[in-house]
Design a protein around this ligand. Structure first.
Ligand SMILES: Nc1nc2c(c(=O)[nH]1)N[C@H]1C(S)=C(S)[C@@H](COP(=O)(O)O)O[C@H]1N2
Ligand SMILES: [Mo]
Length: 393
């Protein structure tokens, strides 16, 4: 008891009632923000495993800093990483050979840098009704950082890809929550066509520095525009498969939605669920923060918009609950699969309460819906318009 008090730094006043072998809660709460160097504007949703999302206003930067990037973990973060020992093995039924690369070997291949939008497939899940199980993401499970590394296709070609290749699956070094070393927390992948795209990277840097541990140090896949679950962290093995990869969380309803739309709450058989590929068009208002009090009849607003595998062709705002829409100014993406920045100046007709809504349109003409789109059992792909509250005083 006295040793525990010592560790806590204070006497345990009712310590005589504390059960034997009891672990005081204080030892069970780690300070996420201090531990992972995160902005206080990141909201923790879960601690085992760590999951945290950004509030919209902290995503105002054009390139998301590490401190403001959401965190999604399915298992436990690997410990004691030795980069000198780290290797990436490429194998699989459709690999011409099996090769193992050290980080130095990988760095000898041409190096590329792209800004890539990563959005969790479940971003927006909290709004579905009936509710879907899983992290109750609101709007902040999205980021667009600058990633540097080698093209996945250069490595695949170095190994040799057989004609029957269908998929590339990843394996990370994180551990399953059960602690069972034979179970993977997640092992997803992408079709060979996406793997061969120029922007699909095996990254060893983020924003010009080593990738932070929690985001996949020292090596991660970065697959822009697709559910971020495809972007395997801490990767040590990639498998070139002659069928759709069958790793953990590839099957059943994980990262799948009904192939045909269903009524809310309807039971959907696994065979009627399709794997999510490109993410839908979406946007965020990153300035001002919702709840802003404005003392002038005009207000500058800004944010980002993205459209999965496509680009965004325009963005509009509405201050009358979607009755009328005004165009925003929209920048072109710095590269394919990077989010785009929009801005506008709102004129309020008089003092009072307003909501500002923003709606992006993708290059195929699809617009964000104003209300929650197609219900699905796991609550994926909610791309409804983001709204903020503004009081003009
Ligand atoms: N090895 C590994 N890779 C992973 C995950 C994981 O749990 N383990 N989570 C995936 C999911 S579901 C998402 S949304 C993104 C989150 O990336 P971030 O934490 O860097 O923002 O990583 C993906 N890659
Ligand atoms: Mo995710």
């Amino acid at each position: 008891m006295t040793t525990i008090s010592g560790l806590i730094g204070a006497p345990i006043v009712f310590g005589k009632w504390m059960p034997k072998d009891y672990i005081p809660v204080i030892f069970d709460q780690e300070d996420f923000h201090a531990k992972f160097d995160k902005d206080p504007g990141l909201v923790v949703l879960n601690d085992k495993p760590w999951n945290a999302e950004a509030q919209a206003h902290i995503l105002d930067d054009k390139v998301t800093p590490a401190s403001r990037m959401f965190v999604r973990n399915n298992g436990l973060i690997p410990q004691n990483i030795d980069v000198n020992e780290w290797t990436l093995k490429i194998d699989g039924e459709s690999a011409e050979s099996t090769k193992t690369y050290s980080l130095d070997d990988l760095k000898k291949f041409p190096k590329y840098t792209y800004q890539l939008t990563l959005e969790c497939g479940g971003n927006g899940r909290s709004e579905f009704n009936p509710p879907a199980k899983g992290n109750q993401w609101t709007i902040g499970a999205v980021s667009c950082a600058s990633w540097t590394g080698v093209r996945l296709k250069d490595i695949l070609q170095n190994v040799g890809v057989k004609e029957d290749a269908v998929y590339v699956g990843y394996y990370g070094k994180d551990t399953h929550l059960s602690g069972d070393p034979n179970k993977d927390p997640i092992s997803r992948g992408i079709p060979i066509s996406k793997a061969m795209m120029e922007e699909t990277l095996i990254a060893y840097q983020m924003n010009g520095e080593d990738i932070p541990l929690i985001h996949g140090y020292p090596l991660r896949l970065v697959v822009g525009g697709w559910p971020a679950s495809a972007s395997g962290k801490w990767i040590h093995r990639l498998s070139i498969r002659n069928k759709v990869h069958d790793g953990a969380k590839m099957e059943g309803s994980s990262y799948r939605v009904p192939c045909e739309s269903v009524a809310p709450g309807e039971k959907v058989e696994d065979e009627n669920m399709c794997i999510i590929e490109s993410m839908p068009v979406k946007s965020l208002i990153t300035y001002p923060k919702t709840g802003a009090i404005v003392k002038s009849p005009t207000l500058d607003i800004r944010g980002h918009a993205w459209a999965g595998e496509m680009s965004v062709t325009n963005a509009h705002y509405s201050i009358d609950f979607g009755a009328t829409w005004q165009p925003c100014e929209l920048e072109k993406p710095v590269n394919r699969l990077a989010w785009q920045h929009w801005k506008g100046t709102v004129s309020f007709p008089k003092k009072g309460y307003y909501e500002v809504w923003v709606r992006a349109t993708d290059s195929s003409g699809q617009q964000q819906p104003m209300v929650i789109p197609g219900w699905n059992p796991k609550g994926y792909l909610n791309n409804a318009c983001h709204r903020i509250a503004v009081k003009v005083v």
